[in-house]
Design a protein around this ligand. Structure first.
Ligand code: NDP
Ligand code: 2IT
Length: 447
């Protein structure tokens, strides 16, 4: 519940203005709840209308994407790029290609990105984009033609110092390659205008691994500081089987844990012997198949259709699929099964009432803005390498990623402690992320 009059009135105006954007309103409410003590201590934020300015994107670009499929039929999708806030650097954030994409989803993701990017301590503003294009079942040629059409509009809005998109759900190295090819064809500009490129043409090593690895580095640091514990011999439940989930599973196993589950929108696999990542990578990365195929090649594993992985007892839960995938009943189940920590690899995967249940039962909760910031952080390292025409080795990028994730934990705990929310990582992430961007906005005047 919001108590501050200022936050309440801005939230009420946002609700009135965006009644059909529940995910966006959820993200705004969650940030506003945490920053109330900061607003009370800093009346200039209200005087300078910082909240009103923060929730209104700098600009929202919505466009038609027409493309021809393999049967010669013309398809039309909608494309978005929402440039939310550039107080801390060029707009930065991924592109999501998924049937469910709409203005409210892109706005929630863009809004979250402002604070996540702020928390990294790097020069990164916040933005997000995507399309309601469904890549499932589409050939490489169809995906390429879609990406080319998408970029034929997007190119005029982006630039290496202006707005730098990257991947998200449905957008990986393949799509970034096609998008970059078309950008270059239209502009003749070989620059760091997109991140997540292959290392051969300006990408960074460790960018594919960054979000999942970063999630585990952050989780390990939180376990160390708050529980004097580690991943060693822990059981881990992971949802999703995409980019974030796969590399979270890889790092968790490397740190000594046993990963029991992975999933997709059809159901989850449970492997009591620990998920065999080579097999998952072959199915998901090489064949673009479904996670159900895992059990055909793995004795002892089972596939449970139409159910979520949170039923399986685990010490550590890493939701890495999508928003609001972990709801109150899942949280109750995790508590009952003795789960110690939920760390968010996906963006806003834990519904607000589920977060409340975890908190009431002393389950540590590491919020997405902090926990999955490793992806965008390595994107910033890709931008730095691009600007310097340099290529760093894997170990250098990985070590920098680990430092950044450890710094983020420090920033969150410090901000939480300063506002009497000791060890509350969600409050700390919102406060620390907000303070940096709000101060920059004050310093840059009313724009
Ligand atoms: P991928 O496209 O690689 O994988 C997405 C995974 O999540 C798939 O297993 C997919 O299953 C599942 N999923 C997606 N949407 C839904 C849905 N509506 N319902 C159920 N399952 C779903 O995406 P990423 O791994 O890159 O992204 C996963 C999450 O991590 C997202 O929330 C994203 O915003 C976030 N994230 C990604 C970063 C990155 O660098 N890629 C950085 C930070 C956060 P299916 O195939 O059945 O749809
Ligand atoms: O949600 C996210 O942080 C991402 N999808 C990555 C964004 C980026 O610019 O690397």
């Amino acid at each position: 519940m919001l108590r501050s009059k200022y936050a309440k009135s801005v939230y009420a105006a946002a609700s009135a203005g965006a009644p059909h954007q529940p995910e966006f309103l959820q993200a705004v409410h969650e940030v506003f709840e945490s920053i109330e003590p900061v607003l009370r201590q800093n009346p200039e934020f209200q005087n300078q209308a910082i909240l009103e300015r923060l929730i209104e994107p700098d600009r929202q670009i919505i466009f038609r994407v027409a493309w021809t499929d393999d049967r010669g039929r013309v398809n039309v999708n909608r494309g978005w790029r929402i440039e939310f806030n550039n107080a801390l650097g060029p707009y930065k954030g991924g592109l999501r290609f998924h049937l469910s994409v709409n203005t409210g989803i892109v706005k929630f993701l863009g809004f979250e990105q402002i604070f996540k990017n702020s928390l990294t301590g790097l020069w990164l503003g916040g933005g997000k984009g995507g399309s309601d294009f469904d890549p499932r079942g589409r050939s490489d040629g169809e995906v390429m033609r879609f990406c080319q059409s998408f970029m034929s509009e997007l190119y005029r809005h982006i630039g290496a110092t202006v707005d730098v998109p990257a991947g998200d759900v449905g957008v990986g190295e393949r799509e970034i390659g096609y998008l970059f090819g078309q950008y270059k064809r239209l502009t003749r500009d070989f620059s760091g205008v997109l991140t997540g490129k292959k290392p051969d043409f300006g990408g960074s090593l460790a960018r594919p691994e960054a979000t999942g690895y970063g999630l585990c580095y952050l989780t390990a640091e939180v376990l160390r500081l708050l529980k004097n514990d580690s991943f060693a011999d822990k059981t881990v439940a992971i949802s999703g089987s995409g980019n974030v989930a796969i590399f979270a599973a890889e790092k968790a196993a490397e740190l000594g844990a046993k990963v029991l589950t992975m999933s997709d929108s059809g159901g989850y696999i449970y492997d009591p012997n620990g998920v065999h990542l080579g097999l998952v990578k072959e199915i998901k990365l090489q064949r673009r198949g479904r996670i159900a195929e895992y059990v055909k090649n793995r004795a002892g594993a089972k596939y449970v259709a139409n159910k979520k992985a949170w039923q399986v007892p685990c010490d550590i839960a890493l939701p890495c699929a999508t928003q609001n995938e972990l709801v109150a009943s899942d949280a109750r189940q995790l508590v009952k099964n003795g789960c110690q920590i939920v760390a968010e690899g996906a963006n806003m995967p834990t519904a607000p009432d589920a977060v409340k249940i975890l908190r009431q039962n002393d389950v540590i909760f590491a919020p997405a803005k902090a926990a999955n910031a490793g992806g965008v952080a390595v994107s910033a390292l890709e931008m730095a390498q691009g600007a310097g025409h340099l290529a760093w080795d894997f170990a250098t990028v990985d070590a920098r990623l680990q430092e950044i994730m450890i710094d983020i934990v420090g920033r969150c705990l410090d901000a939480a402690a300063r506002h009497d929310r000791h060890n509350d990582l969600a409050a700390g992430a919102n406060i620390a992320g907000f303070e940096r961007v709000a101060r920059a906005m004050l310093d840059q005047g009313i724009v």
